[in-house]
Design a protein around this ligand. Structure first.
Ligand SMILES: Cc1cc2nc3c(=O)[nH]c(=O)nc-3n(C[C@H](O)[C@H](O)[C@H](O)COP(=O)(O)OP(=O)(O)OC[C@H]3O[C@@H](n4cnc5c(N)ncnc54)[C@H](O)[C@@H]3O)c2cc1C
Length: 387
């Protein structure tokens, strides 16, 4: 017997739980599966920007350990600090084990039927919708939301080509260990560009520890541990004191890659939505989830004939942001000295702070073709490692 529901959500990370939550709140019968047993961890800095927070359908205050009001930006370990400050919190620091369990619980409280420890194996379209083969039996849904992250099975099952990948490595330093002076990292985070090709190094404050990480081009993978050790040493910390060091891939969508196939939509990392400059993916996960839920609800309710509005709406919401990210990445990589000059006036950094704090509703103004062209040109100019 095949089980039936309105929507099957595959993957219970931020993208999946948020989409499931919104659709259950709109009255849909939603089943959500995840191959992992919850609570589970996910390699991540765990920083949710205020811009992203405005798109979360649940109150995450109970799992926020620190709020960041200051980001110390540098363009090399030996360059001066460019502080970005804000009266309003810019980033909300959590741990993914806690955040994802919290979001899944909030979705369940809204009526989502969540089954952890269940893996998607295959997807098959037919007249009645889509049947998902899982290792706990078949589920037929009118719509399937593919939210299974960078390494999931949904993208391949739908024939969607692989995105480009970046890679990151992170670890935790318990406060008071490794010789690290963590007193500066209560409501302050640090970002150091110009250290890892194609990325940067970070220090994020958490409750009982600080999170240190590095990310960059995929080909930097074998050197990431060296980069992480260099970050530690630049802050007089013993690299050997780092705990729970682990890495993961960051998927970066290629232009024109499908984010909807028939009655299936891809959200978050499964759609390759990680910001190519900041490496953040949770804002994009929450944004794609909000748009996907809106379009799916319209389809289930008969106001839309299909899900074809989703790709364009996603492009409208994230297109300008993404173009700016490629341009920022190109400028930072090719000329740290120019970037230093651009960021020196206080009003530029106040603008960045304001952008990190502004959000809540998907933008509706179409992205200009000029912005899209500039973003693509910047990506091409970065060469094959960014393609
Ligand atoms: C080291 C590192 C640091 C980062 N730091 C930040 C940060 O500070 N801030 C930020 O915004 N972003 C950060 N990111 C990016 C962020 O972690 C991702 O963009 C985010 O997790 C995407 O959420 P998601 O829900 O799309 O996917 P995920 O969180 O990856 O969730 C996917 C879920 O799908 C499940 N799954 C996979 N395959 C299957 C299957 N076959 N069947 C069923 N379930 C399946 C997985 O178990 C998982 O639970 C970082 C990434 C890395 C690697």
């Amino acid at each position: 017997m095949t089980e039936r529901c309105d929507v099957l959500v595959v993957g219970a990370g931020p993208a999946g739980s948020s989409t499931a939550h919104r659709l259950a709140a709109a009255g849909a019968r939603v089943v959500m599966i995840d191959r992992a047993r919850f609570p589970r961890d996910k390699p991540c800095g765990g920083g949710v920007t205020t811009r992203g927070l405005g798109l979360v359908p649940a109150d995450i205050t109970p799992v926020v350990e620190r709020t960041v009001h200051r980001v110390d930006l540098r363009l090399g370990y030996d360059r001066p600090v460019l502080p970005i400050t804000s009266d309003v919190a810019m980033v909300h620091m959590t741990q993914r084990r806690r955040l994802d369990a919290h979001l899944a619980e909030a979705a369940v409280a809204r009526g989502v039927d969540f089954r952890d420890g269940v893996r998607l194996r295959a997807l098959r379209h037919h007249d009645a919708g889509v049947t998902a083969t899982t290792d706990a039996g078949d589920v037929t849904a009118r719509v399937v939301v593919v939210a299974d992250g960078a390494n999931g099975a949904g993208r391949a099952a739908l024939g969607v080509p692989e995105p480009a990948f970046a890679v990151a490595l992170e670890g935790n330093l318990p406060r008071g260990t490794g010789g690290f002076d963590d007193r500066a990292f209560t409501d302050t985070a640090a970002l150091v560009f110009g250290t890892v090709p194609g990325g940067y190094a970070w220090i994020f404050p958490k409750g009982d520890h600080v999170n240190l990480g590095v990310g960059g081009y995929l080909h930097e993978g074998p050197r990431l541990r060296e980069h992480l050790d260099a970050l530690c040493r630049a802050h007089a910390a013993d690299p050997a004191a780092l705990e729970a060091v682990r890495g993961y891939r960051l998927p970066i969508r290629r232009p024109g890659t499908a984010v909807a196939v028939g009655a299936c939509v891809l959200v978050g990392d499964a759609a390759g939505l990680v910001d190519p400059f900041s490496g953040d993916g949770m804002y994009e996960a929450f944004m794609s989830s909000a748009i996907a839920a809106r379009e799916i609800a319209a389809y289930l309710g008969g106001q839309a004939a299909d899900l074809s509005a989703y790709p364009a709406a996603l492009g409208t919401a994230l297109g300008a942001h993404r173009a700016g990210a490629w341009l920022g990445k190109l400028t930072t990589e090719r000329s740290p000295a120019l970037t230093q000059r651009i960021l020196t006036p206080g009003w530029v950094r106040r603008g960045i702070a304001s952008r990190m704090c502004h959000g809540g509703t998907p933008p509706s103004a179409p992205v200009s073709t000029l912005a899209v062209a500039v973003g693509r040109a910047a990506r091409r100019a970065l060469g094959p490692a960014a393609a």
